[in-house]
Design a protein around this ligand. Structure first.
Ligand code: FAD
Length: 394
């Protein structure tokens, strides 16, 4: 099979590669630092470097390239985004984009487009996603956070949790119940709320690696202007389901994982135990080979998603397959590396100069647990594949 793209796309790939080589030092800030810092804020230098890099992507026009031209984008198809994300991830650079504006472009009012899109386009309006609640994660239609209309405002009471990056976001896009009498799916709406509004409390939540990955937010009579509601009231479920589907096609992930795999194999070749390389052990060799095969499969599935999207087809089946595959593969990869290196993989990052791969193997093995939960658990994704993909009965 030949995965080459048309010449113009391959030229774009070269351009991205040259840009990263010039603008991002993957040796100084490798993606482990950046992605872990983005949760934890324990490495503000890496986080600031990635924010500065995002500004360069803005200047280059790549940050909004998938947006329509009328909103300052380039109407870039998913195929271009694939190349962009793949190349960035493989080179170890954080390929951010203005994805949080996509729902506003599709469903937003003229006022929202005029007032919010320019800031999102400049990477100056970080928006957290407030879906999950203490009793409603998989069962999103059960959201209980209440919004009640009062004059020109909605008044919000309730709680969200597991909200990634809320501690360094300025806004939250949240699912709220606006009609408690309607059937579950039909009483929900989406509102955008500044996180510094009076009555909002943001509290930290830590993961099993001890990192501040999430926050929980409490809303106590928080007033939000009616113009901050996305689309029509009580249509929130349908708008949110559509945007979650497009976010689930993880087109850059196989390249990011391939980079980690190559780094690990390079390192493990020279990592000596009992007088030889750890890769002399046939079980270890089988393990890395197995992961490499799965990486190729994962990449092919992502390409299929891009292909189906270019034909205008519904990508929800491929998106869910890709989500299950990536979650399980990330776990297998980091846990597999930890198993091969043994106890030394548990040393914390930056705590010992000899720590294998800077100490990130153990942390990533622990943090990878959440990969089969975030954006919907793997059981829920498998249900989607069964029902929407294979047309099996509920
Ligand atoms: C890294 C990470 C980042 C996250 N970021 C965010 C965020 O930014 N914003 C946000 O709102 N949320 C976020 N979440 C929360 C995430 O969306 C929820 O954890 C997830 O939807 C599952 O909900 P829950 O934790 O309440 O588990 P539950 O829904 O209680 O599920 C518990 C178990 O029961 C299974 N289960 C439940 N219902 C069914 C069913 N119908 N059929 C089969 N099995 C079922 C689940 O698969 C799971 O194994 C994040 C989570 C993680 C791990």
């Amino acid at each position: 099979m030949d995965f080459r793209f048309p010449a113009a796309d391959e030229a774009f790939r070269d351009e991205v590669r040259d840009f990263v080589a010039k603008e991002w030092d993957a040796n100084q800030y490798h993606l482990n630092d950046v992605s872990n810092a983005s949760w934890d804020l324990d490495n503000t230098e890496a986080l600031e470097a990635s924010q500065e890099f995002a500004k360069k992507l803005v200047d280059k026009g790549w940050y909004t390239m998938h947006w329509p031209k009328e909103h300052g984008g380039q109407d870039a198809p998913l195929q271009r985004m694939l190349i962009y994300r793949e190349e960035m991830a493989y080179r170890g650079a954080p390929a951010t984009s203005a994805q949080s504006g996509d729902a506003i472009i599709i469903h937003g009012s003229p006022w929202q487009k005029e007032n919010w899109l320019p800031d999102i386009a400049k990477a100056e309006m970080p928006i957290a996603l407030g879906l999950s609640e203490p009793g409603n994660g998989s069962d999103l239609a059960g959201v209980t956070t209440r919004a009640v209309k009062d004059g020109d405002d909605w008044v919000i009471n309730g709680q969200k949790m597991w909200t990634s990056t809320a501690h360094h976001s300025t806004w939250i896009r949240m699912l709220v119940r606006t009609d408690p009498e309607a059937p579950k799916h039909r009483g929900l709406s989406i509102v955008y709320l500044p996180l510094d509004s009076p009555g909002v409390t943001v509290r930290p939540l830590y993961d099993m690696a001890g990192r501040r990955r999430w926050s929980e937010e409490f809303f106590d009579n928080v007033r939000v202007p009616a113009r901050n509601m996305l689309g029509e009231a009580n249509r929130g479920w349908y708008m949110m389901a559509a945007s979650l589907t497009s976010e689930r096609v993880e087109i850059g992930s196989p390249a990011a994982l391939l980079r980690e795999w190559e780094k690990f194999v390079d390192f493990a070749r020279g990592y000596r135990v009992n007088g030889g390389s750890v890769l002399d052990d046939p079980t270890a060799r089988n393990r890395v080979a197995d992961i490499r095969v799965k990486l190729a499969v994962f990449r092919a599935i992502c390409y299929q998603g891009v292909w189906e999207s270019s034909l205008g087809e519904d990508v929800s089946r491929v998106a869910s397959i890709s989500r299950v595959l990536s979650g399980e593969l990330v776990q297998e990869l980091w846990r597999g590396f930890a198993g091969i290196i043994g106890e030394a993989s548990l040393v914390s990052p930056h705590s010992w100069s000899e720590a294998p791969l800077d100490g990130f193997i153990g942390v990533n093995a622990l943090m990878s647990t959440g990969r089969t939960f975030g954006h919907g658990t793997k059981e829920i994704q498998r249900n989607i594949v069964a029902q929407r993909g294979l047309r099996l009965p509920r």
